[in-house]
Write a protein that binds this ligand. Structure first.
Ligand code: IYR
Length: 220
């Protein structure tokens, strides 16, 4: 059945105002950094809810919204997640990851220790719904990874907009999260995103983002 169509409009910007707004937004986004050190200061659950509902406005295949955002603020559960993640990461850093991968990461200084899984006040574990389970019936979802990837991008942007910080963490393999969080069979862990205030005196690697010559091709 077709949806009812309703009016939709935007306030348009032109010329200088448009140019300025696009530049302001780029500079704001360019000030986002991934961090691994969080203050333990708690964040109101209402804030996390708003951030997640912002993420959930992302476009998705056939508007299926094939995502579940699990929020863990419970200290015992965070510790369990840390223990399981470090077990996997220890194996990854000590044999599972090929030398090229370890070399590619070495300048970032990451290793198997994941203290941020206990320090960050909230862990958002994003699950993708490979298919939908409606009253026991399997229903197809479309472009699931693209959709959930977009929602995670929106999530990171909302976190940045609030002056908070995050890490896109991918313990590998991640199946332990399905078990610990008791998730449904149609859900697969996608990303683990610790969120919080930035810790004090944090330093981040002095990495460079690619310039427009490298990331953009214009066909005139
Ligand atoms: N998942 C591991 C390894 C890791 C992999 C990539 I690609 C990174 O950009 C960073 C880390 C970890 O979280 O340490």
């Amino acid at each position: 059945m077709q949806a009812q169509f309703i009016p939709y409009s935007r306030t348009s910007l032109y010329n200088d105002a448009l140019l300025q707004e696009s530049k302001r937004h780029y500079e704001f986004m360019n000030s986002r950094r991934t961090v691994r050190e969080f203050s333990t200061e708690p964040i109101a659950i209402e804030v996390i809810e708003n951030i997640i509902m912002s993420a959930s406005t992302a476009p998705s295949g056939a508007n299926k919204q094939p995502w579940t955002f699990c929020v863990v603020t419970n200290a015992t559960m965070k510790s369990q997640i840390r223990i399981e993640a470090e077990k996997e990461e220890y194996e990854s850093y000590n044999g599972r990851m090929p030398q090229e991968w370890l070399d590619d990461l070495s300048y970032l200084g990451t290793d198997w220790h994941k203290p941020f899984l206990e320090e960050a006040p909230a862990l958002i574990i994003v699950f993708k719904q490979s298919y939908e389970l409606k009253e026991g019936q399997k229903k197809t979802n479309y472009y699931v990874s693209e959709s959930v990837g977009l929602a995670c991008g929106y999530l990171l942007q909302a976190i940045h907009q609030c002056g908070l910080v995050a890490l896109t963490h991918t313990p590998s393999p991640m199946n332990f999260l399905s078990k610990l969080l008791n998730r449904f069979i149609n859900e697969k862990p996608f990303l683990l995103i610790p969120v919080g205030y930035l810790a004090e005196n944090v330093r981040v690697p002095d990495i460079k983002r690619k310039g427009k010559e490298e990331v953009m091709v214009h066909y005139r």
